[in-house]
Design a protein around this ligand. Structure first.
Ligand code: ADP
Ligand code: MG
Length: 284
């Protein structure tokens, strides 16, 4: 089996997960090589399958990214599938999961500045519906509506819709819990420290720096993650990351990553092999 591991031009040799994933695939007899998704010279059809990994520069050109995924899928197998990529690369999927009963951080989405209603009390977050790496994302207080509207205007000017959420202050102490599922089975989890400081400027580069540690999820977090995966409008794909934050009454879904999640393979023994096995099973 020959696999292409899709990445971005800034990370032609993959991310931190890359070496462990390539080694785990090799141990299972799979030849895998990195390939940059924007590289027009890559012949995707000569691989048995393409696995999307560190394609983190897609947010400003999501339509091109989805079109690429569909093109790849016309030539060979794509993991996760292009229909999943289309669904998952716009955070409006969160409203769908919430409507299906998954405990989710409340959200509103607007496509114009006139429609933007900012909360009059409490802190809130403004971010693009199409985003990655905490970019173009900021936290505001009740007295900071001008700054929030300016960020919303910039997001709209970039051609993306604006997502507004109450800031979940539990993340300041508890952090965010990301649960990794490979082949639909829980593999491991990590804690990500809080990413947004009031008054800090927007992050620059490919992604904002993260403070990651291993974490054992609580029973409540496991239960919410199961609800989230159970609410999907398609079968649970080969890899999934469920990002939860502490809400007032229990864990809430912040993000479901089915496209290009960091898998944090270095934080759990056996995780790289579990991902390799799930990818091989998905390719068949
Ligand atoms: N509503 C929120 N409450 C608390 N923290 C948030 C909220 N929204 C975003 N954040 C912080 O910003 C980071 C990035 O937001 P996220 O929704 O995960 O977008 P992405 O990772 O796709 O850029 C999160 O890891 C979290 O620390
Ligand atoms: Mg995130």
């Amino acid at each position: 089996m020959r696999l292409a591991i899709a990445t971005c031009a800034a990370l032609p040799q993959l991310d931190d997960d890359g070496p462990a994933l390539l080694a785990a695939l090799a141990a299972r007899g799979v030849v895998a090589e990195p390939a940059v998704w924007t590289d027009a010279a890559v012949e995707w059809g000569r691989f048995d399958a393409v696995v999307i990994r560190s394609t983190w520069d897609y947010a400003p050109r999501r339509d091109a990214f989805v079109a690429w995924a569909e093109r790849v899928e016309a030539e060979t197998r794509l993991v996760n599938p292009a229909s999943v990529v289309r669904w998952n690369t716009d955070k409006r999927y969160l409203a769908q999961l919430a409507a299906a009963g998954a405990p989710t951080v409340p959200l509103t989405v607007v496509e114009s500045l006139d429609a933007l209603r900012l909360p009059s009390d409490g802190e809130f977050v403004i971010k693009p519906t199409i985003s990655a790496g905490s970019l173009d994302t900021a936290r505001f207080g009740p007295g900071e509506h001008d700054g929030a509207r300016a960020l919303a205007a910039a997001i709209l000017a970039s051609g993306r819709a604006v997502l507004c959420q109450p800031y979940q202050a539990g993340v300041d102490d508890g952090g965010e819990t990301a649960l990794l599922f490979f082949g639909g089975r829980f593999s491991h989890a990590i804690r990500k420290g809080p990413m947004l400081r009031r008054g800090a400027g927007l992050a620059t580069g490919l992604y904002a720096e993260e403070a990651i540690t291993a974490r054992t999820p609580s029973p409540a977090e496991h239960a919410v993650a199961a609800q989230v995966l159970g609410a999907l409008p398609f079968p649970v794909p080969a890899y999934a990351r469920v990002d939860l934050v502490p809400g007032d009454a229990g864990p809430l879904l912040l993000e479901l990553e089915l496209t290009e999640p960091s898998a944090f393979l270095g934080f759990a023994p056996g995780a790289a092999d579990a991902l390799a096995a799930a990818l091989i099973a998905a390719v068949g």
